[in-house]
Design a protein around this ligand. Structure first.
Ligand code: SIN
Ligand code: FE2
Length: 204
């Protein structure tokens, strides 16, 4: 197996089925309060294929005029984001190695054809805290490289219940989702993949 950059960890099957089901229920409640919307790329306004929402004090958003940023309210409803479910707060405490609580949880929903281009998570002021990612539903092909776009990448198959931690040297690693494998999980009744990323945003 190819080596991941120092600080990047893949924990396959970290969450058991029951925990995954509870998380899906909790995310469903988040989505009821803060509906999924179609984010747009900065400048071009090109719609992303992933639908998004957030929970937490801050949420990550993007649109043509404002670009990538964190804000305290949902861009469509104008309401504050719902809180991060306790189960996710506890998961962060378990795996993050960070003494401070997460402030944002980005919820990404991938339909069968959705993907996410190679990018860095670099809109946070606190880069000493990791990004903790949770995969639910259909499998995907995740790609991760180094801190330069031109660095070589490795592909990792992520299944439901997997955790990925981008920390330390790997905190600013380029990463993306090349494809979803439809029909590989029974967790989500309508199929697709949910990815949750827990982040700190401000300096403690
Ligand atoms: C992201 O980088 O925001 C999502 C990564 C993933 O879907 O696994
Ligand atoms: Fe990311």
């Amino acid at each position: 197996m190819s080596m991941l950059t120092e600080g990047i960890r893949h924990l396959p099957d970290y969450l058991d089925r029951e925990t995954q089901e509870k998380l899906v229920d909790e995310i469903r409640a988040v989505v009821e309060a803060a509906p999924l919307y179609v984010p747009a790329m900065p400048k071009t306004g090109k719609p992303m294929s992933v639908r998004m929402t957030n929970c937490g004090t801050f949420g990550w958003v993007t649109d043509r005029d404002g670009g990538y940023r964190y804000q305290a309210v949902h861009p469509v409803t104008g309401k504050p984001w719902p809180p991060i479910p306790k189960r996710l707060m506890a998961l962060w405490a378990e795996v993050s190695d960070c003494p401070h609580e997460p402030q944002a949880c980005l919820v990404n929903f991938y339909s069968d054809s959705a993907r996410m281009g190679l990018h860095q998570d670099r809109d946070e002021k606190d880069l000493s805290a990791p990004v903790v990612s949770v995969s639910l539903g259909d499998d995907c092909l995740f790609r991760v490289g180094g801190t330069k776009r031109s660095d070589p990448t490795v592909s990792v198959h992520l299944s439901s219940g997997a955790i990925v931690i981008l920390g330390g040297e790997g905190r600013l690693a380029f990463h993306g989702v090349d494809r979803i494998y439809p029909g590989t999980s029974t967790l989500l009744k309508q199929g697709g993949r949910i990815n949750l990323t827990l982040r700190r945003v401000t300096l403690p």
